[in-house]
Design a protein around this ligand. Sequence first.
Ligand SMILES: C[S@@+](CC[C@H](N)C(=O)[O-])C[C@H]1O[C@@H](n2cnc3c(N)ncnc32)[C@H](O)[C@@H]1O
Length: 346
Amino acid sequence: MQKISKINWLLSSHKSLSISRFVYLSLYETERGYYKKKKVGEDFVTSPQISQMFGECIAVFFSMIEKNSFKKSNFLELGPGNGLLLKDLIRSVYQIKKEKINYYFLEKSNLLKKSFLENLKTKAKIIELKKFNLEQKPHYFICNEFLDALPVNQFEKKNNKFYEKRITMKNKTLKIINKKLDFFSNEFINLKNGDVLEVSPLSNLYLNKIFNHINNYGGGIIIFDYGPFLKKKIDTLQGIREKKKCDFLKYPYETDITYHIDFQDIKQKSSNFGLKAYGPITQKKFLFFNGINERFISLSKKCTSNLQIKKLESQFNRLTNPEGMGGLIKCIYITKNQLDLGYFNE
Ligand SMILES: C[S@@+](CC[C@H](N)C(=O)[O-])C[C@H]1O[C@@H](n2cnc3c(N)ncnc32)[C@H](O)[C@@H]1O
C-alpha cells in the first residue's frame, strides 16, 4: 500500500502550510520529491545542458580574474544537478591554467553523473560537501539556476495589513489562503497595498554564509538565474510540468517550482558585508565578453558536417538569444576585490 504523502499528512493535521514548506516537500521529499525522480533537462533545460560553451566562458572569466594560480583557493558549485557545468568548467580551466584545481560541490539530489568524477580525476580534486563547512581560504562559488530552485514564502499587504500566503486543502484541492500577521520584519515597511514580497529563508541563509566567507577569506560568487534587473513586488512563483508553465499547486511532486530572483536585494545584502557587486548583466553579455564567439568559431572548425554546424549554431542562439535565455537569465559577480570588469556596469 502506498504511504500517504507528507504534504497530505501535514494538511490533515494542520490548518495550513507555509509556501516554502510545501515547495520544499514537493521538490525534495524522500522518494516522492520532484528532484528525487526527475533528471535535469526533462521539463526545463539549463545552459550547461545546451552547450559546453557556457562552462567554457565561465572558465575564461575565472581565469581572467585570478591572474596567478588557483592553488590557494577552492571552487564550490551549489546545486550542480547532473554536473555538466562542473565537467566543462574543470576541463577548460585545466586547458587554460594547466593546473589541477579543488572543486567542491553541494547537491541535494543524486543526479550527478559519477562517471564525471572518475574522468576528471587528473584535472581536479572533486569533493562532495555534505555540510556547509568550508576551509578557511578563498572560494569561488558558482550558482547556476540554484537560488530560484530554493523554497520561497510570499507576503502581501492589503488594506494596510500584512498577510502571509499559505496553502490549505479544501475539497481535496490545494488552495492559497491569507493569514494575517501580527508581527513583521523591517522588510515589510516600504510595501504598498497590493505588493507581494517573496522571501526565501534558505537562499538568505546560504547567501549570508557565502558573503561572510568572502568577506573573511576572499574569492567571489557568480550567480546565473532568471529574474529582471529590477524586480517588481509581484507574485512570480511558477510551476513547470512537461515543459509547460502550470499552476504550481496542481501537481505536487510532479512540477518544478521556481520564482524570480531579486538581484537588487542580493546586491544590497552583499553590501552589508562590505562586498562589491558587478552586474547584473544579461547572460548574453557575459558570454560575449568571455569569448563565446571565439569558442563558437573554434568548435565550428571541428564540425565535419552541415548538420553539426547547424546544431552548434542552434546551441549558440539558445544561450545568447535576448528574447530567451540570453536576455531572461542575468549574471552577477560579487567579491571583496576591486576588479576591472567595466562591461558589468556599462
Ligand atoms: C534547477 S536545478 C539546476 C541544476 C544545474 N545547476 C544546472 O544548471 O543544470 C537546481 C539544482 O539545485 C539542487 N538543490 C536545490 N536545493 C538544494 C540545496 N539546499 N542544497 C543542494 N542542492 C540543492 C537541486 O537538486 C538541483 O539539482
